[in-house]
Write a protein that binds this ligand. Structure first.
Ligand SMILES: NC(=O)c1ccc[n+]([C@@H]2O[C@H](COP(=O)([O-])OP(=O)(O)OC[C@H]3O[C@@H](n4cnc5c(N)ncnc54)[C@H](OP(=O)(O)O)[C@@H]3O)[C@@H](O)[C@H]2O)c1
Length: 318
């Protein structure tokens, strides 16, 4: 496992992380989640991603139980706040009140005194940016959070947060968490990377396989038990279009030639970007984790010609 600095911060994160969305507390058993965390940790993964809203809080509970026998200081634990998790008009968003209430609940579920990374899961137009930056800064001052970040914020919103932090002597966000994969790259490459790199922020990117599509598993239909087969994933099934699958089939043919898997090629393609601090993967089985974790070595070996070929296969976003 290789470790990368998270932007200009001193924090080092494993270049491949494991996240809890859809899987922990819902799709997979608690035992499988624990096995995945322990196997990932054994392979050098230090960064585990979560959110207050995943599985209604159960994802944090499962992760909290699983990490109890691991050295806390060796882990980089993250969670997020924004989506509705509590009753009433204040049970959501980025007001000072909800940020503090949500992190207290997350810390309890994760059975830890602090989070290494705490993300604003989306921008909240109903909360003044000064209030958000001050709340995050205060959590850092209290030792409940080491670094705070944004997720899916626009460059102008991130710049505003930095401006307010400078103006009032507060702590600015150190990391942005966007979606980035072969089928969703324009926004990150043209807008996010230039903006956050200038500000010294790191990038922990999510859904490297576009929910599984870029593993090639949907090339011939939707396999039983896969994420797209889940009842609540109708929106994902709509994204499995013939146009996208045609591209992934060509990617699979290239991966076979290179004697790697489509998932490994897709993750390696992301890791070749040095601006990416960590790629947050997801897995329902140990075999997937093992397969994905070796993508870092492949990223080191990929030649310019091979990268050009991947670009030619993927072409424009569809
Ligand atoms: N900040 C945000 O708004 C946000 C949003 C989304 C995700 N995230 C974070 O990013 C993490 C990863 O996102 P993601 O789960 O969407 O990532 P992903 O890598 O795009 O999809 C992971 C899913 O693909 C399938 N898969 C993984 N490896 C595979 C392999 N080698 N072969 C075949 N299938 C494979 C598994 O699903 P099946 O086995 O069920 O098919 C797995 O759960 C989340 O857990 C979360 O922590 C953050």
């Amino acid at each position: 496992m290789h470790y990368r600095r998270m932007g200009r911060s001193g924090l080092k994160v494993s270049e491949i992380a494991l996240g809890a969305w859809v899987t922990f507390g819902s799709q997979i058993s608690e035992q499988t989640a624990s096995d995945l965390i322990h196997a990932a940790y054994e392979e050098g993964v230090n960064y585990f991603d979560n959110a207050d809203v995943y599985a209604g809080g159960q994802a944090e509970t499962v992760m909290g139980n699983a990490i109890q026998d691991l050295p806390r200081e060796a882990l980089v634990l993250s969670s997020k706040v924004f989506w509705p998790t509590m009753p009433g008009p204040n049970g959501r968003g980025l007001s000072r009140k909800h940020i503090f209430e949500s992190i207290h609940a997350s810390l309890k579920r994760m059975q830890t005194d602090y989070l290494d990374l705490y993300f604003c899961h989306r921008f909240d137009p109903d909360s003044p940016i000064e209030e958000v930056v001050r709340a995050m800064s205060d959590l850092i001052a209290q030792g409940k959070v080491m670094y705070w970040g944004t997720s899916m914020w626009e460059p102008a919103q991130i710049a505003q947060a930095h401006g307010v932090a400078r103006q009032y002597g507060l702590v600015p966000p150190s990391v942005e968490q966007p979606m980035y994969n072969l089928l969703n790259r324009r926004r990150v490459e043209h807008e996010i990377i230039p903006a956050v790199s200038d500000l010294g922020m790191g990038l922990t990117t999510f859904s490297p396989l576009y929910y599984g599509l870029l593993s090639g598993k949907y090339n011939d239909g939707i396999p039983e038990g896969s994420r797209a087969s889940l009842d609540e994933m109708a929106w994902m099934r709509e994204r499995i279009t013939e146009e996208r699958i045609a591209k992934v089939r060509n990617l699979t043919a290239m991966a076979e030639e290179l004697e790697v898997t489509t998932a490994q090629l897709s993750i390696a393609w992301i890791l070749r970007r040095k601006e990416v601090s960590s790629v947050i993967t997801g897995a329902t089985r140990l075999e997937q984790l093992d397969e994905n974790l070796v993508a870092g070595d492949l990223a080191e070996r990929l030649t310019e010609t091979e990268i050009d070929r991947i670009f030619a296969i993927i072409g424009d976003e569809v």
